[in-house]
Design a binder for this molecule. Sequence first.
Ligand code: 13P
Length: 228
Amino acid sequence: MNGKKYIIGNWKSNKILSDVRSWFTKFNSLYKSDNKISLDNLEIVICPPFIYLPEADNLIKKFNLPISLGVQDISPFPQGAYTGEVGASQIADFAKFVLVGHSERRSNFGETDKLLFAKVDQADKNGLQVVYCVADNQTLIPQSVTMVAYEPVWAIGTGKTESGENAGKVADSIRGNLKTLKIIYGGSVNSKNITDFLTGNRLDGVLPGGASLDAGSFWEMIVNASRI
Ligand code: 13P
């Protein structure tokens, strides 16, 4: 757990194209104007809606930003006759990470363990790093998963958070004997509370939603995390 800390911004179904361009332009100017910051201990990831992956990829390359891309979902099928789906091989052209089993997908789209396991299988076959989202320490986790996001439903978008201490305890119980399993926390993470989650080495990172939507507040989280 002494490796890099992950800061994974989940934009959910937010932003239109012009917002995406403004976000990266603002992030770039914040990043370029701070020449003292060291990001060596961080892995920074943004998960935009699928449709903005190519544009986000172009902007990251154009500005040479230390950001990797992730997606918020993945098809449980390979590419083919599955109308409306985006397959792992298509995602792999742009993104390294994929969120699977977010509570908003479980509750709004009825995603079951069986479906989620098929999604993980597709991600694995195409070399994508799965971030498997669970609401508690009782949720089934596919065996191949190496990174879990603990996101208590009551903390998502509510401004209420677990304490770093409690999140660390839940992380330990999810990890059990699997010492190498990375666990990140999500649920109302912001620039003020991020330090609480990242100190003490029980968590490997955070998964902010709302606080990742503004490049300024996302940058503040990065700055605070870089000082730990
Ligand atoms: P908020 O940070 O807006 O609570 O969202 C958390 C989340 O669901 C990230 O996946």
